[in-house]
Design a protein around this ligand. Sequence first.
Ligand code: 5GP
Ligand code: ZN
Length: 134
Amino acid sequence: MLENNCIFCKIANGEIPSATLYEDDMFRVILDLNPAAKGHALILPKKHAADLFELPDETAAKAIVLAKKIAGVLKTGLHADGINLVQNNGEAAGQTVFHYHMHLIPRYQGDKVNINWVPGTLTEEDKKEILALF
Ligand code: 5GP
Ligand code: ZN
C-alpha cells in the first residue's frame, strides 16, 4: 500500500499537506510545486505503484477518466488553449518521483513550455522489428 520514504505516498494519503484540487478513495490531484505552466497538476493514486507497469488496470482506467474531468475544469477555468497529459516511466524517460503520476499541463498560445522532440524517420528495419512484437 504505502511505500516507505515515498513522498507521493505521503502526499496522496494526506501525511504531507498539498494543494489538493480533488480527492476520492483512490486518487488525490494536487498542484505541482514547480509548475511548467499555470495550473500544472498531478494525479496521484493513493496506493503505491512505481510506474505504469505496476499500476493495476482498474486504477489506470479510472485515472484517464479523472484526467479528462480535471483537464476540463483547468481548461475552462484558466482559459487554457490546450492541455498536455504527460506521464513518465523510468529515469530514462524523465521520471524523478517513482510513484505513478500523470501530469496535466495547461497550455497557453505562445507559451514557452517545452515538451518537444526532434522528429526522426521511421526506418523499414525498425518498422519490421516493432510490428513483429504485436
Ligand atoms: P516526474 O519527473 O517524476 O514525471 O515528475 C515529478 C513531478 O513532481 C515534478 O514536476 C515535480 O515538480 C513534482 N514534485 C516533486 N516533489 C513534489 C512535492 O513534494 N510536491 C509537489 N506538489 N510536487 C512535487
Ligand atoms: Zn508511493
